[in-house]
Design a protein around this ligand. Structure first.
Ligand code: GCU
Length: 421
């Protein structure tokens, strides 16, 4: 009895010391913080001042250019699809499974300097059984397509990184949630949606050196040297737009109901793809954080300086100025405004202050003006914890941390049903 008490006291002291240690050191202290339910009244600048839709339409190209120059890199006009090589995948292992294929997409990029390049990437898709064209959720994911859609016989080009019973795969699921590698495929098919998934590193590796090299090969020498303007996140969004174009041309797919879905770094590219692509009709961007939906200047959690140090290949070098006082023409609410009037879902978690859920709410609130100009309701709530799937800027927050957990996909599907059905 005595011994048990002593053990408990020891455990309590260890937890207390652990808590104190975590909260005293910058980055790790963030996991002990929570996002508020009631957002503060912060004014976001530069404010969007367009008084009419016509005025906003005039401002759009300036904003798009400024976002490219300062954050996402400068990109040539949309890629042309040269060919789509479709290989059928056989085993029928999912309930409701219809056509499944692996696509090898070859694109042509007409660069700004008059030269052109070609690129290739793979996309795997699974459609539900249906007599009518189906809506589809396109994804860029952390895992190669053979792990995102397991059991279909997709070649393990990069190994089974995210699959199996190994310690690494289990740890990943434990830390980042049950759906971090593979989405709930049968639930998605049962709701009538197809899934198309890409592994972005297949064409633009998520690595400093190799990412930059791939950007140079695709987009041209302006991506070299100290004044380069390469942004791998921008590159992924560019590829996403090409993938959506390829899907829209398939008669089994409803070309007006293509959504982009991404988590974290791919939540950033999912937003940008929705802003750039006429073929993407809605975005589900989960925990996109810095350089995604959250306002950059004065951001909580991960700062611009930190992201530029850890992932220098993700953004244009000019993005660094968001952590000093240099004047800025655009902020992340402009990115959301460029997506308007398409529906967006911003997914969040209370303890994911690294991403800054409140900063995403600020951006949504500031982008509202543009949704209203289109006669749409943007963000309809005044607190972070009131989910309205029908709103055109729908804000979702749950308890817990960074990852894709049990509650997330039902919310994503509720949002898509509200807008696509
Ligand atoms: C890091 C990075 C985030 C990013 C995340 C991810 O945590 O700091 O900005 O969103 O990786 O993609 O998982």
């Amino acid at each position: 009895m005595h011994l048990l008490k002593l053990k408990r006291v020891r455990l309590f002291i260890i937890i207390l010391i652990g808590y104190a240690a975590l909260s005293s050191c910058g980055t790790s202290g963030i996991i002990l913080q929570t996002a508020p339910n009631r957002p503060s009244e912060k004014i976001i600048s530069p404010e969007i001042k367009a008084a009419s839709l016509a005025e906003w339409e005039e401002q759009k190209s300036f904003i798009n250019n400024a976002l490219q120059r300062d954050i996402y890199g400068t990109f040539p006009a949309a890629a042309q699809i040269i060919s789509i090589d479709k290989t059928p995948l056989n085993p029928s292992i999912y309930k409701g499974q219809g056509r499944t294929e692996n696509w090898q997409i070859t694109i042509n990029i007409a660069r700004e300097d008059g030269t052109s390049s070609q690129g290739q990437f793979e996309m795997a898709l699974i459609l539900p059984k249906s007599d009518d064209p189906v809506p589809i959720i396109t994804m860029q994911t952390f895992c190669p397509t053979n792990s995102t859609l397991p059991g279909l016989g997709i070649d393990a080009k990069y190994g089974d990184m995210c699959e199996g019973e190994g310690f690494g795969a289990n740890l990943m699921l434990y830390v980042f949630g049950r759906y971090i590698a593979t989405p709930p495929i049968e639930d998605i098919l049962a709701r009538g949606y197809g899934i198309a998934t890409m592994f972005p590193s297949d064409i633009i590796p998520d690595q400093r050196q190799r990412g930059r090299e791939a950007m140079t090969a695709l987009f041209g020498p302006s991506n070299l040297g100290p004044n380069h303007n390469a942004s791998v996140i921008g590159g992924w969004a560019y590829i996403w737009a090409a993938a959506a174009k390829a899907l829209a041309a398939d008669s089994a797919i409803n070309g007006h109901k293509i959504a982009s879905f991404g988590h974290s770094r791919y939540g950033k590219s999912a937003l940008l793809a929705a802003a750039w692509s006429d073929d993407i009709a809605a975005a589900v961007s989960h925990q996109s954080g810095t350089g995604g939906a959250s306002i950059s200047r004065g951001k909580k959690g991960e700062t611009v300086t930190q992201i530029m140090e850890s992932y220098p290949h993700w953004f244009a070098p000019a993005y660094a100025k968001y952590d000093n006082d240099a004047p800025i023409d655009v902020e992340q609410h402009h990115l959301l405004a460029l997506i308007a009037p398409k529906p967006i879902l911003l997914g969040n978690a209370k303890r994911d202050v690294w991403s800054d859920p409140e900063g995403g709410f600020f951006a949504a609130r500031a982008a509202n003006h543009v949704y209203n100009l289109y006669g749409k309701q943007g963000l309809s709530v005044d607190r972070l914890n009131r989910f309205d799937p029908n709103a055109n800027i729908s804000y979702w927050i749950r308890g817990g941390t960074h990852g894709i957990v049990k509650e997330d996909w039902p919310a994503f599907l509720e949002f898509l049903d509200a807008h696509f059905k």
